[in-house]
Design a protein around this ligand. Structure first.
Ligand SMILES: [Zn+2]
Length: 388
């Protein structure tokens, strides 16, 4: 099969996999569901067709392996996730696994003999829909499961998925989930880092009152204070979002007495993210003081940024440039299994352009021509690694 046919095959496989769902009429495939088992069976059959040895580990991760003939060879990992959000698109996750399988087929076609084993992983839980805890599959694989996560899930056996091998690295192809590649008219981009994230719950307590009788200058309107915070967030200089805003009591003739907001702040530099959070906290304190509101500021989650391995990213860049394409380096605002894998080996990511930057949505769309570039770049990347 040539490169064009392989890219068409990946598109067909994304379509086929997109039909395996636990809900009728929309794509939802969560951790350990029967839909996931069926998906693993199908993708496993494709791995076998590419000459790989296939198994499912104790955490429902699907593993396809191509063993090197070299003695004591170490292993390089490729992959992405096979679980989805609710009402998902068909490329977020599966594209990375299916591109890796296609790259293996291409390497076989080129007669490649690798000095390392190649293992493709279809991780079972990146989105965290089932238990609201992301990365169960990769954490089980890496041996980095937290006891709090393990406590809330039924499948305690997933700890057995822990791998103790020494891995040379992990490379993942993923849709960009943003509009940058499309704006630059490029099929692929090399990821520099996965942004760190701070999540904060903010409460502003004012005084509810009659919308007709309390004069404007005597009000303690919690929502008006929240509105100032929303605008300050928009101008805070890093990627930051107020995604949720609730008002109490929430009636058209009552001054808002309470406002609850969620704040999500991300950046590839932890220092810049933490500085932005600190500055937003100070601004919110000022808003509250000026308006006579009580502020409750509760940090909910804090993840540091993960830098992609410079050497691996450079190899990806070379492979992209070899195709006559401009090399665009960009950070990932979204989390990925690489965040977890970075604790046990160097990680690298290649983004593929997606239409309108849309993801987590059935409207997700990628072009076969871009997928072809991703397959070629990934195969070249493996060959370059083999030369080192
Ligand atoms: Zn994903």
């Amino acid at each position: 099969m040539n490169e064009l046919q392989l890219s068409q095959l990946v598109m067909q496989r994304c379509d086929a996999l997109g039909k395996i769902s636990e809900e009728p009429n929309r794509l939802t495939r969560t951790f350990a569901s029967s839909a996931m088992r069926r998906a693993n069976k199908l993708v496993g059959s494709w791995m076998r067709a590419a000459g790989m040895q296939v198994r499912e580990d104790a955490a429902f991760n699907l593993l396809g392996r191509w063993n090197s003939s070299h003695r004591a060879a170490k292993t390089f990992l490729l992959g992405s996730h096979l679980d989805t959000v609710r009402d998902a698109g068909k490329y977020d996750g599966p594209l990375g696994v299916l591109t890796a399988i296609a790259a293996v087929e291409l390497l076989h076609k080129r007669g490649a003999k690798l000095p390392f084993n190649l293992e493709i992983v279809g991780f079972s839980d990146e989105e965290g829909v089932r238990y609201q805890t992301a990365y169960l599959g990769s954490n089980a694989f890496a041996g980095t499961l937290k006891s709090a996560d393990l406590a809330r899930i039924q499948e305690k056996q997933i700890v057995k998925a822990r791998r103790r091998d020494e891995f040379l690295g992990y490379a993942e192809v993923h849709i960009e989930q943003g509009p940058v590649l499309e704006a630059k008219n490029l099929p692929v981009g090399v990821v520099t880092a996965i942004a760190g994230q701070s999540r904060i719950r903010v409460e502003l307590h004012g005084v509810a009152g009659h919308a007709g009788t309390v004069p404007m200058d005597l009000r303690h309107d919690a929502l008006a204070g929240a509105a100032e915070l929303v605008l300050a967030t928009e101008r805070c200089g890093v990627t930051a979002t107020v995604g949720k805003l609730e008002v109490a009591p929430g009636a058209s003739n009552v001054i808002p007495g309470k406002a609850f907001l969620t704040l999500d702040v991300r950046h590839q530099s932890d220092a810049r993210r933490l500085a932005a959070v600190k500055s937003l906290h100070a601004k919110t304190r000022n808003i509250a003081t000026r308006r006579g509101l009580k502020l409750v500021w509760t940090p909910v989650q804090e993840n540091g940024a993960v830098q992609c391995d410079k050497k691996l990213a450079q190899i990806f860049s070379k492979c992209v440039a070899q195709r006559g394409l401009d090399v665009l380096k960009l950070p990932s605002g979204a989390g990925h299994d690489g965040v977890v894998l970075s604790q046990i080996c160097p990680v690298a990511m290649l983004f593929v352009r997606c239409k309108g930057g849309i993801s987590h949505n059935p409207a997700e769309s990628v072009k076969a021509a871009d997928v072809r570039v991703a397959i070629e770049v990934l195969a070249d990347f493996i060959l370059k690694l083999a030369e080192l």
